[in-house]
Design a protein around this ligand. Structure first.
Ligand SMILES: [Zn+2]
Length: 122
């Protein structure tokens, strides 16, 4: 379930939305090379527009998610970060954070176990 490379969920979705904007513009720009064929050019422009619309939907979704995220101060770098779901990474230092003590050490690798032992003792 968990991705191997850890990063903050909100940040991850935000970079995905940003990538969609770039892809949309690249597709529309590619359409210029098909000026001679208006139908192909139109298809490129529509695809590019769809990509842009989809990225706006994703940005809207991030807005909704942010309202449900919990803001905590990271124990590692002491900066405020948003936690989405039961486990998430710090936005600044990628320290794994969890809101559920039962989940500690379960969904992360050995590294996380060692780190969490130092900071959180029950
Ligand atoms: Zn941090």
């Amino acid at each position: 379930m968990m991705a191997k490379k850890y990063s903050n969920k909100i940040n991850k979705i935000r970079s995905f939305a940003l990538a969609l904007i770039f892809v949309g513009f690249i597709i529309m720009y590619a359409g210029i090379f098909f000026r001679g064929n208006p139908i192909v050019m139109l298809i490129f422009i529509i695809l590019g527009m769809l990509s842009l619309v989809f990225s706006m939907v994703v940005y809207f979704w991030i807005g909704l998610l942010s309202t449900r995220a919990v803001v905590v101060n990271c124990p590692n770098c002491d900066k405020p970060t948003k936690i989405l779901g039961r486990v998430d990474m710090c936005m600044h230092c990628r320290e794994p954070l969890t809101l559920d003590p039962e989940l500690e050490g379960k969904e992360f690798d050995e590294d996380y176990n060692k780190k969490s032992r130092q900071t959180k003792q029950t």
